[in-house]
Design a protein around this ligand. Structure first.
Ligand code: 0O2
Length: 235
């Protein structure tokens, strides 16, 4: 039974129970926002370290958002769950969402490995739609994390979904989202094929950029090795 049905039937265990649930509904957006901010700060630090280490930024940009109540309710309905607080907490993993757009696919896997090794956040699930794209061609790596927030009454873990993709994958996903993602009719077969081909083109573009990067790096290593400073040490 959902919140509205319970209220209509006066079916609450007590008024206190109702007030507690309403308080929780009111507090949740702030908690999700704070969890995103915590995570964003951790990632800013990693980004600057990687920039120093690699000489380029493997993280192109980061976006965060807290899902609108309307989208949460329609996702619960889409998944066939009653509209309850419990179902929302248990089954909607992307209320707090972060998107990290990376330069290369290898940067995505490097970040995932890093998240898995950290002791201050917990990795709950990894969904690899890069290795196993969705049938429409969608590619991205999703990771569900539990981010701790220290509150007066103790530590509370808040779920955050991070979607990681390259610039090419992000272009495809953004266009597909605009065109079809919530399109409620059957996508015509020929359009489905074209969409998949576009996703494969995005993947091919990523591979090509990676090859170009490798070539440029090996070329600059080669050039650098030709210049030996007067004291005989290498720069
Ligand atoms: P919106 O409006 O983008 O937020 P599950 O975890 O399996 O119980 P869920 O959460 O549907 O169910 O899992 P999944 O497949 O990992 O999808 C989560 C989010 O990934 C979606 O959120 C989208 O943002 C994105 N996504 C998944 N599939 C596609 C796709 O085919 N195209 C595009 N463009 N994005 C996709 P929402 O809430 O469905 O949508």
């Amino acid at each position: 039974m959902n919140l509205i049905q319970q209220q209509d039937k006066g079916n609450w265990e007590s008024d206190t129970d109702l007030l507690l649930q309403l308080d929780e509904w009111k507090r949740l957006p702030l908690l999700y926002q704070l969890a995103l901010e915590e995570l964003q700060n951790k990632i800013k630090l990693i980004k600057s370290e990687l920039e120093q280490q690699d000489g380029y930024s493997p993280i192109e940009h980061i976006k965060v958002r807290v899902k609108e109540p309307k989208s949460i309710l329609s996702k619960l309905k889409r998944k066939g769950f009653d509209l309850t607080l419990e179902n929302m907490l248990d089954h909607i993993h992307d209320i707090a969402g972060m998107r990290i757009v990376c330069a290369f696919v290898k940067d995505i896997y490097r970040l995932v490995e890093h998240f898995q090794q950290r002791g201050d956040i917990r990795v709950l699930e990894v969904k690899d739609y890069i290795k196993y794209p969705k049938s429409n061609g969608y590619q991205s790596l999703h990771i569900i994390l539990a981010v701790p927030l220290i509150q007066l009454e103790g530590t509370r873990y808040i779920k955050v979904e991070i979607q990681m993709r390259t610039l090419a994958m992000d272009f495809w996903a953004s266009m597909e989202h605009i065109l079809f993602y919530k399109y409620d009719k059957q996508v015509p077969a020929h359009v489905h094929i074209e969409l998949k081909e576009a996703a494969e083109a995005a993947y091919a573009l990523d591979q090509k950029m990676l090859r170009i990067q490798k070539e440029i790096l090996s070329d600059s290593d080669h050039t650098r090795s030709k210049f030996v400073p007067i004291d005989g040490t290498r720069n």
